[in-house]
Ligand binder design. Structure first.
Ligand code: NAD
Ligand code: ADE
Length: 420
C-alpha cells in the first residue's frame, strides 16, 4: 500500500481503475514515448505538482507520466461530477495523493482544491482556472514555491489572460489550449465526438431528423455541429461573432438568433464559454420534450437556477437526466446537470486526442523546469514542441509527410522571384 494522502470514494476500485487506465494507455502512444524518456531522464525530480483536472483514465496516464519523470503529484478534480472513482483508487495505489470523489458537493470540491495546493507546489496544472484563482486570492500563502503553471482549457486561458491584463498574475502560466496540437484536435474532434456520445448514451435517441442547435461556433462548436450533421441532424448554429456566424453559414448550417432557435430546436448544446446562453428569455418558448445540454467549461451556460425556481414540477428520470415540467405542461429535459455533458454523462474525450493534449502538458512541465524563470505572463509553448507532438502522433499512426527541399525553403524565404 502506498503512503499517499487521499480522500477518495473507495480504494477497492483500484483494480477496475488499473484496467481502464491501461486501456487508455494503449491509445496514447505519444504520451507513452514521453513517459519512457521521463523514466530514464527524470526531468521532474523533486518537483511537486498540484493538478486540478477531470480525473479520467486519460488523466491517469498524464499523472503516471509526471510521476515517471520524478514528480510528486497532488491531484484534485476540476469538476465535481467528472471524477471516475476507479481511477482515483488506481492512482492512490500508485502513490499519488488524490483528493476527489465523484458527486462531491461544492464545499468538498473547494476543500479538495485547497488540499492539493496546500503542499506548496512548484508547478500548478489547472483546467478552468480554479487553482489559479485560489492561489491569487485567499490562499496566496501556498504560492511561495510556484515556478509556473499550465492551463488546459479555453475558459481557463481567458481567465488567466484577464488576470494578466489586470496586472495581477503572480507567476508565468503556459496556455496549453493555445498549442495547435491541443485546440485543433481536442476541442474539435474530442468535444465533437464525446458530446454526441454523451447525448446518445444517456438518452438513446435518434439524432437523424432532429433539429440540433449548437451555440458557439468556436473550436468545440464546429466539432459538435459537424458530428451532429454527420448523423443526419438538421443543424442550427447561434453565434455572436459575425465572422464565425458567416463561417457556419458557408459550412451549410442554418444560423439564427437563440430567440428563433428555441422555437424549433429538439436538442441543444451550448459550448460558448460564456454565461446565460439559454435563460429566462428562452424557457417559455422551448418545445415540449426538448433536450438541453452544455459542453462549455462551467455550468452557467444554461440558467438552471432560474429553471429550478420557476418550474411546476421536477423529476430525475434516470442518472444524468432531469426533467423540469412547466406550468403549461411542457417538459424541459436537462442532461448532466448542465455541466460538461461529455465528461458528466460519458467518459470525456477519447484517449487518442487526450494523448496530444496531455503530451503538451507533460512537455510543458519539463519546459517550465528547464527554462530560466520567465516573466509573470501567459505563455504559449514554442512551435517546436507543438511540431514534436504532431510528429510523434503521425509516426505512431504510420503516416509520413513531405519535407521542404532546400530549393523550396529558399523560394519561400525570397522576394525576388515572381512573374518572369
Ligand atoms: P472558442 O472561443 O473557440 O469558441 C467559443 C465561441 O462561442 C466563439 O465563437 C464565441 O463568439 C461564441 N460565443 C460567445 N458568446 C456567445 C453567445 N452569447 N451566443 C453564441 N455564441 C457565443 O472556444 P472553444 O475552444 O470552442 O471552447 C468553448 C467552451 O468549451 C469553453 O468553455 C472551453 O473551456 C470548453 N471546452 C470544453 C471541452 C469539453 O471537454 N467539453 C473541451 C475543450 C473546451
Ligand atoms: N477533457 C475532456 N476530455 C477529457 C478526458 N478524457 N480526460 C481529461 N480531461 C478531459
Amino acid at each position: 500500500m502506498s503512503n499517499a494522502n487521499y480522500d477518495i470514494a473507495d480504494i477497492e476500485l483500484a483494480g477496475e481503475g488499473y484496467e481502464t487506465s491501461n486501456w487508455a494507455r494503449r491509445h496514447m502512444p505519444v504520451l507513452e514515448s514521453i513517459r519512457d524518456r521521463f523514466e530514464k531522464e527524470k526531468p521532474l525530480n523533486n518537483v511537486k505538482v498540484a493538478a486540478c483536472l477531470h480525473i479520467t483514465s486519460e488523466t491517469s496516464n498524464l499523472v503516471e507520466t509526471l510521476c515517471a519523470g520524478g514528480a510528486e503529484v497532488h491531484l484534485c478534480a476540476s469538476n465535481p461530477i467528472s471524477t471516475q472513482d476507479p481511477i482515483t483508487a488506481h492512482l492512490v495505489k500508485q502513490g499519488v495523493s488524490v483528493y476527489a470523489i465523484h458527486g462531491e458537493d461544492l464545499e468538498t470540491y473547494m476543500a479538495h482544491c485547497v488540499q492539493a495546493i496546500s503542499v506548496k507546489p512548484h508547478i500548478v496544472i489547472d483546467d478552468g482556472g480554479d487553482l489559479t484563482k485560489l492561489l491569487h486570492t485567499d490562499f496566496e500563502q501556498h504560492r511561495s514555491n510556484v515556478i509556473g503553471g499550465l492551463e488546459e482549457t479555453t475558459t481557463g486561458v481567458i481567465r488567466i489572460k484577464n488576470l494578466e491584463r489586470d496586472g495581477k498574475l503572480e507567476y508565468p502560466i503556459i496556455a496549453i489550449n493555445d498549442s495547435k496540437t491541443k485546440h485543433m484536435f481536442d476541442n474539435r474532434y474530442g468535444t465533437g465526438q464525446s458530446t454526441i456520445d454523451a447525448i446518445m448514451r444517456s438518452t438513446n435517441i435518434l439524432l437523424a431528423g432532429k433539429v440540433f442547435v449548437v451555440s458557439g461556433f468556436g473550436m468545440c462548436g464546429r466539432g459538435v455541429a459537424m458530428r451532429a450533421a454527420g448523423l443526419g441532424a438538421s443543424v442550427i448554429v447561434t453565434e455572436v461573432d459575425p465572422v464565425r456566424a458567416l463561417e457556419a453559414v458557408m459550412e451549410g448550417y442554418k444560423v439564427m438568433s437563440m430567440e428563433e432557435a428555441v422555437k424549433v430546436g429538439d436538442v441543444f448544446v451550448t459550448v460558448t464559454g460564456n454565461k446565460s446562453i439559454i435563460d429566462e428569455r428562452h424557457f417559455s418558448q422551448l418545445k415540449d420534450g426538448v433536450l438541453l445540454s452544455n459542453a462549455g467549461h462551467f455550468d452557467c451556460e444554461i440558467d438552471l437556477q432560474y429553471l429550478k425556481k420557476n418550474s411546476a414540477d421536477y423529476k430525475r428520470l434516470r442518472s444524468g437526466i432531469e426533467q423540469y415540467t412547466q406550468s403549461d405542461g411542457r417538459r424541459i429535459v436537462v442532461l448532466g446537470e448542465g455541466r460538461l455533458v461529455n465528461l458528466c454523462a460519458a467518459e470525456g474525450h477519447p484517449a487518442e486526442v487526450m494523448d496530444m493534449s496531455f503530451a503538451n502538458q507533460a512537455l510543458g512541465c519539463e519546459y517550465l523546469v528547464k527554462s530560466d524563470r520567465m516573466t509573470n505572463s501567459v505563455i504559449k509553448l514554442p512551435d517546436q514542441i507543438d511540431n514534436e507532438v504532431a510528429d510523434l502522433k503521425l509516426e505512431s499512426i504510420g503516416v509520413s509527410y513531405d519535407r521542404l527541399t532546400s530549393k523550396q525553403s529558399d523560394y519561400l524565404d525570397s522576394w525576388e522571384e515572381g512573374t518572369e
